[in-house]
Design a protein around this ligand. Structure first.
Ligand code: HEM
Length: 415
């Protein structure tokens, strides 16, 4: 395989997101024996799986939208970055639970370096590209990448022994920068074009316009939440959250027309829709927590449900939804081959979505512990069904492609 080609299977690109997700489920199952299990699960999903996927797919969409030369950022250089990220995340998920601060700092630095390097490569692509539409998507990605070194610094500081009041403030700032800044901006930048593609319909002509208008507000909102929380100002934090929600709804207008023309019927689009709903719920949960908790220390103590909702409701559902569409599409092979792969990933769609969200509600609601455990098992099983289905989908697509090639090769002989 040429180092310029990004088609076909590529272990360092295609495996880590699913591997982190499986590891998160393993930690959930081994809860009593693992230090800081909730932190670990949350970070295996948000920092491991989602950050890897965000890096990979923002590169993919930048290349597709800008149509830049592959040698601008070839496969081996992308692999080096993904490896740096993998090493960084591995160090962080060992360093924080086992309280090895130098390991955490080295890991956080590696994560930040990998994402900044990624941002520089995107910027080079943007400069090299001819003028065209949807450069706004790449601007979203650049803002997102700029958030990571700041969020990682907060993470490294949080890993020190701090008093509970300061921990509460910094956790809110860290979540805002990483969740709303990094992951949120990658999501919003991508869905402007990916959403209609997934629905197989036309884009709203005003989509780019909405995205352009929303971006500065989203940025100001993240800065307001992070600064407000760091300085301990509740009103600034909540105002920032409200501003982010408002800008998100404004941006979301771009999604309405495609969804009206071709309503989400497949697992991929339904899972992404539900994930977006959970993002809004998480914003509300955070605002209510900050407003109602008597002190920032109580914000810290009440954070677990919010972190769980963010990791499972938003992040895990977004990831499996997007990958259910993207993996078969990127493997290619022609429309009939892609359809064969997609059909596998669409199986038991309603049951999987209901089980994930019902399970999550059981985990979040004030119910007896045994019911919460049952909810957790339901979520784990429902989310992880994606893994064998993806394996089967890829195998079916490969077989369909081979059959197609054999058929084509035999045609002249038959004729
Ligand atoms: C450089 C990587 C990162 C490091 C070193 C890091 C470190 C930390 C630390 C030390 C805490 C506080 C733990 C405690 O006091 O209980 C924390 C909390 C949190 N972080 Fe990160 N983090 C990183 C990346 C991320 C990312 C990418 C996200 C995505 C949104 C994220 C989301 C959260 C959330 C939601 C919490 C609060 C929930 C909890 O403590 O379990 N973090 N992080």
């Amino acid at each position: 395989m040429s180092t310029l080609s990004t088609r076909g299977f590529w272990g360092l690109r295609d495996r880590p997101a699913v591997a982190w997700l499986v590891l998160a489920a393993a930690v959930a199952a081994a809860r009593p024996w693992v230090p800081k299990p909730t932190w670990l699960m949350v970070h295996l999903v948000l920092l491991g799986a989602l950050t890897h996927a965000a890096t990979v797919w923002s590169t993919h969409f930048s290349a597709a939208l800008l149509k830049t030369r592959p040698e601008l950022d070839d496969r081996s250089r992308q692999s080096q970055r993904l490896l740096l990220l993998l090493v960084g995340v591995s160090l962080v998920v060992v360093g924080v639970p086992w309280e090895l601060w130098p390991v955490t700092v080295t890991g956080a630095t590696a994560v930040a370096a990998a994402v900044v390097w990624h941002g520089i490569q995107l910027w080079r692509r943007l400069r090299a590209a001819l003028p065209g539409r949807f450069r706004i998507t790449i601007r979203y990605y650049l803002v997102a990448a700029a958030a990571v070194p700041v969020g990682a610094t907060y993470g490294a500081i949080l890993a020190r022994e701090l008093d509970d009041e300061l921990t509460g403030r910094l956790i809110v700032a860290h979540t805002a920068i990483m969740g709303l800044g990094w992951l949120g901006m990658i999501l919003t930048g991508t869905l402007v074009t990916l959403w209609p593609t997934m629905l197989r319909t036309r884009m709203d002509q005003r989509a780019e316009h909405f995205a352009r208008q929303a971006l500065p507000w989203l940025v100001v909102a993240v800065v307001a939440v992070a600064t407000g929380a760091t300085l301990g100002s509740r009103w600034a934090t909540v105002t920032g959250l409200a501003m982010y929600a408002g800008a998100l709804l404004w941006w979301g207008r771009a999604l309405i027309l495609p969804a009206r023309t071709a309503p989400p019927r497949h697992f991929s689009t339904r899972s992404v829709s539900v994930a977006l709903g959970w993002l809004v719920i998480c914003l509300v949960m955070l605002a209510v927590l900050v407003l109602q908790a008597p002190t920032w220390e109580d914000v810290d103590h009440g954070y677990k449900p919010l972190a769980t909702a963010l990791a499972i409701g938003f992040a895990a559902q977004l990831l499996v939804g997007a990958l259910s569409y993207l993996v078969p599409s990127v493997l290619g092979g022609g429309p009939s081959v892609v359809r064969t792969g997609l059909a596998w990933l669409d199986r038991w769609s309603t049951a999987r979505l209901v089980a994930t969200n019902l399970g999550l509600l059981l985990v979040l609601l004030p119910v007896p512990d045994s019911v919460k455990v049952a909810g957790g098992v339901l979520v784990g099983a429902a989310v992880l069904t994606f893994v064998p289905l993806m394996g089967a989908g890829i195998r079916a697509a490969v077989t369909a492609r081979e059959d197609l090639l054999t058929e084509v090769a035999q045609r002249p002989a038959d004729g």
